[in-house]
Design a protein around this ligand. Structure first.
Ligand code: FAD
Ligand code: SF4
Length: 477
């Protein structure tokens, strides 16, 4: 057996000091030679543990074998059998806690860089304009498109409405279109993509990648109605009059706040607002009118991917000092390890075991500081996470001009308004029937963050795909 490296083939990246000043992509992607070398580290295990760790069960050993042999179209074809957005997933999936966590290669050295090779194959295919149909796939797609579209009456294909153009809605629409349905996506914003366009920054996920994936859906015949706020412009009830079934994938875009004094001062933003200005409204781009946020010293409260994205955007928008304020330690941070590492490399400070108690404002009600208290870790609670408590008498003040709150999001309840039979739990999440994604209302299905609360791209995509299969079953009965 040839000598195989115990570590991953390094990912070429922009140099930290340079990239902290631009919105260009941080990770530059493998060359064909690097992708083949990394894929060649796969042991081709018969037990295939990595596949079980992927929420959409991509046939990982098969695509790695194809990539290792230089058959990138074949690799892409395998991934596309179960994953509608591989160029996105290769960039943003938390592989270290999914497929790569179970990788046998990782027991002695580093796991195979599954996500990195996935990204390479997807980028290669996008570059080569390799469509799902033209990519020579190994084996048949799991749900081949039927020869005849499903019909209500002769000549009339069944129509399905999808609410929300995020990963859940896009993957549901793609799967339904592949099964022959006429699909219209209703999206509240002026651009489709959900968090992929308004939340995750350009330097982690270039918007041309998302646009190319969406173009693929348009080519499949999916129609988009933009600036359509369901619950306001049209209700689900009205959609049910026009469409045979409805899928709700409206996400969890309502930010949580800290509920501490001073939180309404100027200069306090939710991460959602801050990131939307920076990404969707392109505040960094002089060609756009969006006012830039001129901060010098910024605190971002939270320890998830959203907090890392906001902190790194603040640096790129010109802030001199950016701190992450988090009440536990780095080990408990929910953000991907790679994002924490990149943020630290770029100069973001980590103020850990610290919780804000009060925002301080000047005479113009503009933020001038954040009073914090130190915290200590206790025993794990019922959810397995270690509890935290304040250390009395340890209050201190951070001087700053901007506070960005990134402590989680929940679904807003707009979609449910005016529609009988849709039920939610106390976190605003839509309730679905046991072992199904059908809501309490017949013909209305839901999936992604609107059902689970804020989660991941791949879980939302898995839910969209599952819902499409259930809608197909429901309409074919
Ligand atoms: P969304 O992506 O939120 O899409 C919902 C769509 O529905 C939106 O376009 C919204 O405008 C639209 N909508 C809402 N209400 C209505 C309405 N009434 N009418 C019509 N349309 C409506 N996950 C990862 O896996 N990796 C990461 O690195 C990662 N980073 C993240 C960074 C940020 C800043 C954020 C906010 C999230 C991140 N996530 C990450 C989480 C991930 O993006 C979400 O779990 C995922 O996007 C959920 O998909 P969704 O389709 O359910 O919802
Ligand atoms: Fe390859 Fe790792 Fe999967 Fe084994 S577990 S088949 S080494 S990717």
């Amino acid at each position: 057996m040839p000598n195989v490296s115990l570590t991953k083939t390094p990912m070429p990246e922009q140099e930290p000091r340079a990239r902290a000043k631009n919105f260009g992509e941080v990770a530059l992607g493998y060359s064909p030679k690097q992708a083949m070398a990394e894929a060649g580290r796969c042991l081709g295990c018969k037990t295939r543990p990595c596949v079980g760790g992927c929420p959409v069960n991509v046939d990982i050993p098969a695509f790695l074998a194809a990539a290792a042999a230089g058959d990138f179209a074949g690799a892409y074809g395998v991934i596309r059998q179960t994953n509608a957005l591989p160029a996105v997933c290769g960039r943003v999936c938390p592989q270290e806690s999914q497929c790569e966590q179970l990788c046998v290669r990782g027991k002695k050295g580093e796991a195979v860089g599954i996500g990195r090779v996935e990204r390479f194959a997807a980028d290669w295919a996008l570059e080569a304009k390799c469509s799902e149909k033209s990519a020579p796939s190994q084996g048949q797609p799991s749900n081949p498109r039927p020869a005849e579209p499903p019909q209500k009456r002769a000549g009339e294909a069944l129509r399905v409405a999808v609410i929300g153009a995020g990963p859940a809605g896009l993957s549901c629409a793609g799967e339904l279109a592949r099964r022959g349905y006429q699909v219209t996506i209703f999206e509240a914003l002026h651009k489709p993509g959900g968090v992929l366009v308004y939340g995750i920054p350009e330097f982690r996920l270039p918007k041309r990648i998302v646009a190319a994936e969406i173009e693929g859906l348009r080519r499949q015949g999916v129609a988009f109605e933009l600036n359509a706020v369901i619950g306001k412009t049209i209700t689900v009830e009205e959609l049910l009059g026009e469409f045979s079934a409805v899928f709700i994938g409206s996400g969890a875009g309502l930010p949580n706040f800290m509920n501490i004094p001073g939180e309404n001062y100027n200069g306090v933003y939710s991460a959602n607002e801050y990131l939307t200005r920076a990404n969707l409204m392109r505040a960094f781009d002089p060609a756009y009118d969006t006012p830039t946020i001129q901060s010098k010293k910024v605190a971002v409260v939270g320890g998830g991917n959203v907090a890392m994205d906001a902190a790194r955007c603040a640096l790129r928008l010109g802030a001199r000092e950016v701190s992450i304020v988090y009440r536990r330690t780095e080990a408990e941070m929910p953000a991907r390890r790679e994002e924490i590492h990149h943020a630290a490399e770029e100069g973001v400070r980590f103020v850990l075991l610290t919780a804000p108690v009060r925002v301080l404002g000047d005479e113009n009600r503009h933020v001038c500081g954040l009073e914090c208290v130190q915290m200590q870790l206790g025993e794990p609670g019922a959810d397995g996470r270690r509890r935290v408590s304040e250390l009395p008498g340890t209050n201190f003040v951070m001087e700053l001009d901007t506070v960005i709150v990134a402590i989680g999001n929940k679904p807003n309840t707009l979609v449910e308004e005016g529609t009988a039979g849709l039920e939610t739990n106390r976190h605003n999440c839509l309730l679905v029937r046991e072992n199904s994604l059908q809501t309490m209302r017949d013909g209305v299905f839901a999936g992604g963050d609107i059902v689970t609360g804020a989660a991941t791209v791949i879980l939302a995509m898995g839910a969209g795909r599952q819902a499409a299969a259930e809608i197909d079953d429901y309409l074919q009965k």
